[in-house]
Write a protein that binds this ligand. Structure first.
Ligand code: AMP
Length: 113
């Protein structure tokens, strides 16, 4: 298994996990870009949103709802937060396993760079 996020989901690589269930795992980013920076990943290996299909609709919705639940737990609901997924080179995707960045705890710029 060469995918680093598959290895994290399988517990083969240490990570700071904040939430997990049978469908998803959420852990703190190793190189945080905000005071709160958590990655939400499906356990199933899907390269990115472009590779997802209608079969994954429930899973995608679950990722978003888990992100909102974590944001509340992290105290971000009032101040706000950003949920983003990078797809491909132009977006700077560096890990080929779909993930959602939950960022919060500071004021962010729009549009993103
Ligand atoms: P992206 O650039 O959208 O593909 O995001 C990949 C993210 O994964 C980056 O923010 C990295 O800092 C993060 N990352 C890579 N390896 C690890 C790891 N082992 N544990 C936690 N976060 C990681």
């Amino acid at each position: 298994m060469s995918c680093i996020f598959c290895q994290i989901a399988a517990g083969e690589i240490d990570s700071d996990i904040v939430y997990q269930d049978h469908q998803v795992v959420a852990f703190r980013d190793l190189n945080p870009q905000a005071p709160v920076h958590i990655l939400i990943i499906p356990r199933e290996h899907i390269s990115n949103l472009d590779q997802a299909s209608a079969e994954n609709a429930d899973l995608l919705g679950h990722c978003a709802l888990v992100a909102a639940e974590i944001a509340r737990a992290e105290g971000l609901a009032e101040s706000g937060y950003r949920l983003v997924t990078n797809v491909g080179p132009d977006a700077g995707q560096s890990v080929d396993h779909m993930h959602f960045h939950l960022l919060g705890g500071r004021r962010m710029q729009w549009p993103p760079g």
